[in-house]
Design a protein around this ligand. Structure first.
Ligand code: GTP
Ligand code: MG
Length: 214
């Protein structure tokens, strides 16, 4: 899929504030600083579409981006941000879980996992929660440019083994780097396949008698 247009739509604080839209949505969730906003910019091929930061906790709202006037990319705040107060943490859990479980046009969730580190209990628990809710989700291993291929493969394999041990079955597994654009083509192609097919132009069946006038 070619991305022709990518626009910021709105930042919503909770489900009620989300735009009334029936466009198919694809949401990105994961630990704070895992690279969600960077990946969205990489997919959209727009450097500063979503705000990124080297400090965790940058994205605090539900951010909507419209792609090709046809579907939404949704950038969510990260979980596991230690500096969040307890009440903010509870509000985050309530608002994000309401968005993920009740947004009717949400087609798929991408759970981002840092390929540089050992499997983390928090990521596995999140995947377990998605599955318990009956939500459709895939895993994206991020920042693959930061470690050797062997190390990425090793961490990914161990994460997948943990998923199996927890009886978790994501739809797909992707490997991405926002820096090198690794995985961009495959991810966009996969999203494209989930979008409703555009109706083919019907051949016109109107009889053309212009030639009789000549
Ligand atoms: P929050 O909004 O705080 O939850 O973070 P986030 O998951 O949106 O992460 P963000 O995209 O802001 O990236 C965090 C940091 O990781 C930034 O310094 C990015 O430049 C860096 N980063 C993200 N993706 C990659 C990547 O693929 N490769 C490298 N080398 N750095 C990356
Ligand atoms: Mg972010």
């Amino acid at each position: 899929m070619k991305v022709d247009t990518a626009q910021f739509v709105i930042s919503a604080k909770d489900l009620e504030a989300c735009p009334a839209s029936s466009l198919p949505e694809f949401a990105f969730i994961g630990r704070s600083n895992v690279g969600k906003s960077s990946l969205i910019n990489m997919l959209a091929a727009k450097k500063e579409l979503a705000h990124t930061s080297s400090k965790p906790g940058k994205t605090q709202l539900i951010n909507f981006f419209k792609i090709n006037q046809a579907w939404h990319l949704v950038d969510l705040p990260g979980y596991g941000y230690a500096k969040l107060s307890k009440s903010k943490q509870q509000a985050f859990n309530r608002d994000i879980s309401a968005y993920l479980t009740e947004r009717t046009n949400l087609k798929h969730i991408f759970l981002l996992v840092d390929s540089q580190i050992e499997p983390q209990g928090g990521d596995l628990s999140f995947a377990e929660w998605l599955q318990q809710c009956g939500l459709s989700y895939s895993i994206i291993f991020t920042k693959t440019d930061r470690s050797s291929e062997i190390q990425v493969a090793n961490h990914a394999q161990r994460f997948v083994e943990e998923l199996e041990a927890w009886a978790l079955q994501p739809t797909e597994i992707f490997y991405c780097s926002a820096k090198t654009k690794k995985g961009r083509g495959l991810l966009l192609q996969w999203i494209d396949r989930q979008l409703p097919k555009k109706p083919k132009k019907k051949p016109t069946n109107r009889l053309n008698l212009d030639w009789m006038q000549r």
